[in-house]
Design a protein around this ligand. Structure first.
Ligand SMILES: [Zn+2]
Length: 58
């Protein structure tokens, strides 16, 4: 997905638990939630949760 801060960077979240780090996802009522939070350590350093399809900034 594109970084929600608007910096234009593409973010990749690994969903396979064979590799670290990985995120667990839940789809409920056509929305997706990811855990844990997404914390960019480079660039814009955005830190947020994707919860029920919405960005929750940390
Ligand atoms: Zn960004």
């Amino acid at each position: 997905m594109l970084c929600p801060c608007g910096c234009g960077e593409s973010l990749y979240t690994n969903l396979m638990d064979d590799f670290d780090p990985y995120w667990k996802y839940v789809i409920e009522e056509k929305t997706i939630s990811l855990k844990p939070s997404i914390d960019r350590l480079v660039g814009c350093k955005s830190h947020f949760f994707l919860t029920h399809g919405k960005i929750i900034w940390c």
